[in-house]
Design a protein around this ligand. Structure first.
Ligand code: PMT
Length: 400
């Protein structure tokens, strides 16, 4: 997906510099042409020889090449690149870039670059949280640079928290998403996404609901909009703000979500159904608040329409339907059954029994099942990164 793209990797002095080797290897594997520029202190953490070997090109770190009397032209390097990524970006270099300081080749290349610049900061958790670091990151954002947020986990100091450089795979995904958006991969595609829970009213003050936060569906909506799609998000009740640039239809119950989805589907190219829709609703909704009287209270429920199934039965050639399966047991078997029964093209299986997955979490672990292919497993990662994986599967499918 990065065939022929010219990518300039900037490496700063940080223990996370060892991960830049993997980043370069992944970029080259994806077909990118890679050049590397290092700060002088980065060489204390990883040898230029390692990075040069992986990039298949000598590494730049000094203005002058004493051996042959030439100098490295920072302007040329900055103009050569389609995209520059600084990974890891240390607190020190971040401070310099935020303030326009230029005491090494990497800073000069950054200042000369006309291409989009991504930065992946790496530092200890307190350094990362410090007001000056956050202000410097805001400064980079205000210059139009993009920040690939640090991730949480064990740090070199032995502390645990936010500050780890994003995993190289996640940085590559962000770069892929950048070029996909630039190409407008989903430009002109009309997409509907269902997200969040549904609330099934029982009386004016009570409902039956579930713990879906909407994070998964919202993340997919944002990635698809970034790829140029015209997205309508049909959202059950969530506390998430409306994502900018995305049309949001707010609904409460399964019946409302069903009506909205069916109305939009005839003019939809891709539908992704990430909502946790209640399968049943109270058969009657009391007009007044139900009073506490008997020791036991029996509730009669009636079946809700199945949005996925109803869209599946109306699906026409050229429309793509992606569902989710939330399974606590026999995941693959149940998901496969839903894929067929609901006439889906893909189904994304996740299980609330796995740690860090399902309702409410910022992370998820999924397996994608499609017709006549082997299930594809993805590791635990942020819902944003998972959304990117799902959208990449969709674009690959459309490109076939
Ligand atoms: O919102 P988050 O907190 O981020 O959590 C994300 C999630 C766990 C809700 C999401 O990843 C997820 O799994 N969504 C689907 C949950 C679900 O209801 O799964 P299901 O196996 O019961 O349903 C199968 C499919 O049919 C789903 O695409 C569902 O949207 C759809 N469905 C189900 C019932 C119904 N009446 N209508 C439907 O369209």
């Amino acid at each position: 997906m990065l065939q022929g793209k010219k990518i300039l990797v900037g490496v700063c002095g940080s223990i996370a510099a060892y991960k830049s080797a993997l980043l370069i290897r992944l970029l080259v594997k994806e077909g990118a042409e890679v050049r590397v520029v290092m700060t002088p202190s980065a060489a204390s953490f990883i040898t230029p020889l390692t990075l040069a070997t992986l990039a298949k090109h000598p590494v730049y770190s000094e203005y002058f090449n004493e051996a042959n009397g030439t100098w490295h032209n920072h302007v040329e390097l900055g103009l050569w690149a389609d995209l520059m990524v600084l990974a890891p970006l240390s607190a020190n270099t971040l401070g310099k870039l935020a303030n326009g300081l230029c005491d090494n080749l990497l800073c000069a290349v950054y200042l000369s670059a006309r291409c989009p610049v991504y930065v992946a900061p790496a530092m200890d958790l307190d350094m990362y949280a410090h007001a000056s670091t956050q202000a410097n990151l805001q400064a980079l954002l205000s210059y139009g640079n993009r920040v690939i947020d640090a991730e949480s986990g064990e740090l070199a100091s032995g502390l645990d928290g936010k500050g780890r450089m994003a995993e190289p795979e996640h940085i590559v995904q962000a770069i892929q998403a950048h070029f996909a958006a630039e190409r407008g991969t989903l430009k002109g595609k009309r997409v509907i996404i269902t997200a969040g829970p549904t609330y099934e009213p029982l009386d004016p003050v009570r409902f039956i609901g579930n713990h879906s936060s909407g994070k998964m569906g919202y993340a997919i909506a944002e990635v698809m909009a970034g790829y140029g799609a015209e997205v309508t998000l049909i959202a059950g009740p969530t506390s998430l703000p409306d994502p900018p640039g995305i049309k949001c239809v707010h609904v409460m119950s399964a019946l409302e979500m069903h009506a909205s989805a069916l109305a939009l589907f005839p003019t939809t190219d891709i539908a992704v159904l990430a909502a946790a829709v209640a399968d049943y609703r109270p058969a009657t909704v009391a007009e007044q608040k139900i009073k506490k009287s008997e020791d036991e209270f029996t509730l009669t429920l009636t079946k809700n329409p199945d949005i996925a199934k109803d869209l599946g039965s109306r699906k026409e050639v050229g429309q793509l339907l992606v569902g989710f399966a939330l399974e606590t047991n026999n995941g693959l078997e149940n998901a496969q059954g839903k894929l067929e029964k609901k006439n889906l093209d893909f189904i994304v299986l996740n299980s609330p029994s796995d740690e860090g997955t399902g309702f409410g979490h910022d992370t998820n672990r999924i397996t994608i099942l499609a017709r006549n292919t082997k299930p594809k497993e993805f590791e635990l990662k942020s819902k944003k990164a998972i959304a990117q994986d799902i959208v990449n599967e969709i674009t690959t499918y459309l490109d076939r």
